[in-house]
Design a protein around this ligand. Structure first.
Ligand code: DGJ
Length: 441
C-alpha cells in the first residue's frame, strides 16, 4: 500500500512537472505569437501611412544608361560615380528638376515627401535650411526649421579647395504640418564688414540647432563656427526671445578646450540639454551637458566612439534609450551611416550598424546619397517612429543641395523574444514618396 502511494506520488510529481512545462511552453508560444501579431498590426498600420513604392525601387535597381557613342550595349551604371559626376546623364535621379510645391500639390499630393526633390516654401522659393534641425514650439504648436541659408555662389576655398558658399546666415521656416513651410527670414545674419567677427561672411557657420529654455523663456541656438580652413573648430551660441528671432550672437567657444566641428544639441525630457560634437580632428565624438541657461557647457564631458571617425551626429531617444545616427568623414560626398545606442547619454555607446533599408545596396551604403542632420518624433503619435532628416549635398552648387527626409523606426528592447531581436532595432526606410502624417493621424 505504502509502496503503491509512493509510486503514485512520484507519478503525480512527474505529471505536475509535465503539466507545468506544457503550460510554460504554451505561455511562451502565446506571448511570442501575440508579440508578432502586434508587430504585424503595427507594421500594417504604418505601411498604410508610408506605402513602400516597390515598383519605383526596382526601377532604381535596374537603372541602365544608353550606350555612349561607339558602344553597342547599354551599360549598368555605378550610382556612386554618377552622383559625384555633376554632368552625369543620371543627374536627375539625385537632383530631380521636379519640386514639392505646397501651393499646387495640396489637393492630390498633399503632405507628400519626395526625398531629393526641390522643396519650395509657401512663397514658391526653394527652402534654404541645410544642415538644419527642427524645434517644436509648444507655446505656439508650431514647428520651426532652422538651417544654413546657402543661397549664394559656390566656389573653392583658397588653400583647401573645399567647395563653399559665403556665410549668409541662419534661415528659419515655420509650419504646422512639417510640409508647408513659411519663410520667417534670416534669424541670424552674417557680418558683411567686420573681419574679426565669428559671423564674418568669409568664415563658416554650419549645422545650427535651436532649443527652448523653459526656465528663462529663451530660445538658444548652437552652431558650428569655423574659419574657411576649418581650423578654428569652435561652437557658437546665440539667443532670442522669440523662435523667429532675431537671434543675438553671444560668442564662440571650444568646449572644455577641445576642437569641435560637426555638432548637434539634444534636449532631454527632464530639461537637461547636451552638446554632441566631433572632436580631436573628427576621431571621436564628445558629449557634454549644458548649464542651466543653456549658454555654456559644464565640465561633465565624455568621449564616445573613440577612433571611429564619425561626424554629422543626430541624437534622439526612445523608451529611455538614446540613439545617435552619424556619418563617416568624406567632406560633401556621401558615405555609410551608422547608428549607435546607449542607456545613458554619457554612454557607453554601442555601434549597432547601418540603419538604411530598401532601394539598392549603392543607396544603402551612401545613406541614400545624403548625410544625417536631425531626427524628430513622427507627428501622429506612432510610438517608435521618427523623421530622419538628411542633406543631399550638391558640392558643385551647394544652394541646390536637397533634403532627404525618411521614416525611421525603432523597435524597442521589449519587443525581443528571449534576448533575440524580432526586428532590427533602428531602420531608415527608403521611399521615393511618402506622406508625412499630420498630428491627428
Ligand atoms: C562634412 C560636414 O558634415 C558638413 O557639415 C561640412 O562641414 C562639410 N564636411 C564640408 O566639407
Amino acid at each position: 500500500m505504502a509502496r503503491w502511494s509512493s509510486a503514485g506520488s512520484r507519478c503525480s510529481w512527474r505529471r505536475l512537472a509535465i503539466f507545468s512545462l506544457t503550460c510554460l511552453l504554451i505561455f511562451q508560444l502565446y506571448s511570442f505569437f501575440s508579440r508578432v501579431g502586434k508587430e504585424v498590426e503595427n507594421m500594417k498600420h504604418l505601411l498604410a501611412l508610408h506605402p513602400v513604392p516597390l515598383r519605383q525601387l526596382e526601377q532604381v535597381e535596374q537603372m541602365i544608361l544608353l550606350p555612349p557613342h561607339g558602344l553597342r550595349h547599354p551599360h549598368k551604371i555605378n550610382l556612386n560615380d554618377e552622383f559625384l559626376n555633376s554632368s552625369s546623364r543620371a543627374r536627375n535621379i539625385f537632383f530631380p528638376r521636379e519640386a514639392i510645391d505646397p501651393k499646387t500639390d495640396l489637393d492630390n499630393n498633399g503632405h507628400h515627401c519626395y526625398p531629393g526633390r526641390i522643396w519650395l516654401d509657401t512663397d514658391g522659393n526653394p527652402i534654404q535650411a541645410h544642415g538644419g534641425g527642427i524645434l517644436f514650439d509648444e507655446r505656439s504648436s508650431t514647428y520651426y526649421w532652422y538651417g544654413e541659408y546657402k543661397n549664394g555662389l559656390t566656389y573653392r576655398a583658397n588653400g583647401t579647395g573645399t567647395a563653399r558658399v559665403d556665410v549668409i546666415g541662419v534661415g528659419c521656416y515655420s509650419s504646422k504640418n512639417l510640409w508647408a513651410w513659411k519663410f520667417e527670414g534670416i534669424v541670424l545674419a552674417a557680418e558683411e564688414r567686420n573681419e574679426t567677427h565669428d559671423l564674418y561672411k568669409l568664415n563658416v557657420l554650419e549645422r545650427p540647432k535651436v532649443i527652448y529654455n523653459k526656465k528663462n523663456h529663451k530660445y538658444v541656438m548652437w552652431m558650428h563656427i569655423d574659419d574657411a580652413t576649418y581650423n578654428k573648430a569652435s561652437v557658437g551660441v546665440a539667443i532670442s526671445d522669440s523662435p523667429t528671432g532675431p537671434f543675438e550672437y553671444l560668442y564662440s567657444l571650444r568646449p572644455n578646450g577641445f576642437d569641435s566641428r560637426d555638432m548637434t544639441v539634444f534636449k532631454d525630457e527632464n530639461g537637461m540639454a547636451y552638446l554632441i560634437y566631433s572632436s580631436l580632428r573628427n576621431k571621436e565624438i564628445h558629449i557634454t551637458s549644458l548649464n542651466e541657461d543653456y549658454l555654456d557647457v559644464t565640465d561633465k564631458m565624455v568621449r564616445a566612439l573613440v577612433g571611429q571617425h564619425r561626424e554629422a551626429p543626430a541624437v534622439f531617444k526612445h523608451e529611455g534609450i538614446y540613439y545617435m545616427v552619424t556619418s563617416g568623414c568624406s567632406g560633401w560626398a556621401p558615405n555609410e551611416a551608422m547608428v549607435h545606442e546607449a542607456e545613458s547619454i554619457y554612454g557607453p555607446w554601442e555601434t549597432i550598424g547601418n540603419p538604411c533599408v530598401g532601394a539598392n545596396k549603392e543607396f544603402r551604403v551612401a545613406t541614400f546619397f545624403a548625410q544625417s542632420t536631425f531626427v524628430l518624433p513622427m507627428p501622429g503619435g506612432a510610438s517608435g517612429w521618427f523623421v530622419f532628416m538628411a542633406d543631399r549635398w550638391n558640392p558643385s552648387d551647394l544652394r541646390d543641395s536637397r533634403y532627404v527626409w525618411l521614416p525611421l523606426s525603432v523597435r524597442g528592447r521589449k519587443e525581443r523574444y528571449i534576448g533575440v531581436p524580432l526586428w532590427s532595432r533602428v531602420s531608415i526606410f527608403w521611399h521615393e514618396k511618402w506622406r508625412i502624417p499630420t498630428r491627428r493621424d
